[in-house]
Design a protein around this ligand. Structure first.
Ligand code: SF4
Length: 418
């Protein structure tokens, strides 16, 4: 079986796609480079925003045309959109052969291989995934928070934390295979709880793995971010000083309508605590503009917070209603043009701050972990999450190197290895 995987959405989807690659590879299936080489194309989908679903539909449109000329190819849709829309996808695209929702992702590999007469005895290892320097691991699935705009609790189900021993064993084996950085993933990692192991203790157990050099995690919910976690970020050298904490809005009225269960004051207090405990921490965030009922004043509160907090980076989204959510019942009263304006204003401010932050790094020497090399250019990352590019050799991959920063752009730094 030759397979092609197209992944849309968050790092959890990337992680699920990697898991499929590992299983397929173990059973002797091969990765195709393009549609023409593939026996099956797997589209791993996202439902968080309508744009992500539109992207999936246009991809299915392209594959449908391909299938008209190549009827043997199988089309499989997996992930959140598959969970949310289920058989309705087939109504729109009869060319789709199999739909596997996010809640059934653990059985996806087997179900896909069952479309073919795969020789299950063939065992190979996938060197491409296994040798990656940075590996992702899902530590929990689902979400219990029911933010009023979000479809995740409906498509991914209730929160389930994965056995901590399984996680630590899996991380150990990744490190044995060459990983140096592990990213712990979950919709809300702060509420990880497996028996008496909470998230801070899971990090402690993971940090004990020999030869593992860096630990990151995402994503966090402000209401669950504990003092224990801040303490471990401050005291465990393997934990990177980078944290993504979605703020969404700085208006308490809007936060309440979003069902976020914290106030802006609480959020700001967390940032202050973090910055006191971990002075070099980079805090990144998500913001939604144009949520139902967001007035000019509410938006100005959010903009003021962006200026006050000076995030290391942010993702800003224009609100769009997601079916089945509470917010979809509210009146979507901010005109599209105004959403676009607010989006542009936040982005402009954030870019200005980012440029100021990275400009301060010009001329400095940064210790980075070299992750991969392409055409002689090494892609590396600082401990607080900035991407750095420098000319280098493949012997550097997996090692810490020092790079003198010569050029700074919003999302990337460029320099020379010293
Ligand atoms: S915390 Fe809120 S936004 Fe995040 S996945 Fe859960 S419901 Fe969605």
């Amino acid at each position: 079986m030759n397979y092609l995987i197209e992944t849309i959405g968050c790092q959890m989807n990337v992680c699920d796609s990697d898991m499929l690659v590992s299983i397929f590879s173990a059973y002797g299936a091969s990765k195709a480079n393009n549609l023409s080489e593939a026996d099956v194309v797997i589209l791993n989908t996202c439902s968080v925003r309508s744009q992500a679903e539109q992207k999936a539909f246009s991809y299915l449109g392209r594959v449908k045309e391909f299938k008209q000329k190549n009827p043997c190819i199988k089309i499989v849709v997996i992930g959140c959109m598959a969970e949310r829309l289920g058989p309705n996808i087939k109504k729109r695209f009869s060319s789709v052969d199999l739909i596997i929702g996010a809640k059934d992702i653990g059985n996806a590999a087997l179900k896909i291989m069952n479309l073919f007469r795969t020789d299950y005895s063939a065992k190979k290892v996938n060197s491409e995934i296994k040798s990656k320097i940075v590996r992702y691991i899902t530590i929990m699935r689902g979400c219990d928070n029911y933010c009023s705009y979000c479809a995740v609790p409906f498509v991914r189900g209730r929160e389930v934390s994965i056995n901590c021993e399984t996680i630590v064993n899996e991380c150990s084996s990744m490190v044995k295979n060459g990983a140096r950085e592990i990213i712990l993933l979950g919709q809300n990692v702060n509420s990880y709880q497996y028996e008496d192991v909470n998230f801070a203790s899971l990090i402690k157990k993971t940090a004990a793995i020999e030869n593992l050099e860096r630990i990151r995690f995402m994503t966090n919910h402000p209401k669950d971010l504990s003092d224990d976690l801040i303490k471990i970020m401050a005291t465990e050298p393997k934990v990177c000083p980078h944290i993504h904490i979605p703020m969404q809005s700085a208006s308490d009225k809007i936060l309440k309508a979003m069902n976020r269960k914290y106030s802006y004051e609480h959020y700001l207090g967390l940032i202050k605590k973090l910055r006191t405990a971990v002075p070099d921490v980079s805090v990144t965030t998500d913001i939604i503009v144009g949520f139902p009922g967001e007035t000019d004043e509410d938006f100005e509160d959010t903009l003021k917070a962006v200026k006050t907090i000076r995030f290391g980076g942010l993702y800003v989204f224009r609100y769009s209603p997601r079916p089945d959510t509470k917010a979809a019942e509210m009146i979507d009263d901010v005109p599209f043009e105004e959403k676009k304006r607010r989006h542009a204003v936040v982005l402009k401010e954030s870019n200005k701050i980012s440029i100021e932050i990275v400009s301060e790094m010009l001329g400095s020497t940064q210790q980075v972990l070299a992750e991969e090399i392409k055409n002689g250019i090494i892609k590396a990352r600082t401990k607080n999450g900035r991407k750095v590019f420098a000319e280098g050799r493949k012997e550097y991959i997996g090692k810490h190197i020092n790079v003198n920063i010569k050029e700074a752009k919003i999302n990337s730094l460029f320099g020379d290895i010293v």
